[in-house]
Design a protein around this ligand. Sequence first.
Ligand SMILES: [Zn+2]
Length: 136
Amino acid sequence: MNDDEDYAPVDFWTALFRGWCGRCPRCGQGALFGRFLKMQSHCPACNQALEPYRADDAPAYFTILVVGHIVVPLVLIVERYGQQPPLWFHALLWLPLSVLLALYLLPHIKGAVIALLWAHRIAAPKPSASGLDGPP
Ligand SMILES: [Zn+2]
């Protein structure tokens, strides 16, 4: 039941959407994460191995990119067209908004990155006793 032949081919955008929703990119049923950002080793529904698809720092990078492109224009708009509020107002408004946006987006973006890796079969090399497999 772990073979790809048992499942209909999944197009890239469907896999990406399933990952964004925190679901297995192959079956769309099993959860990608056991806890907030803790990836499952295998899909609980179809037993697809998920460990080889490691997102590393990419989700954090893309989350910072997206949050920055949302928050910074808002800050500039408030500064330009508002009553030039004091700095404490900015800190009180933008810091919690940035944190909440990042906490909301990070699992979605991590799921999408994992689905992207899965769709393109970009698996991390298996660790060996002497380090990573492959040429030195
Ligand atoms: Zn699955």
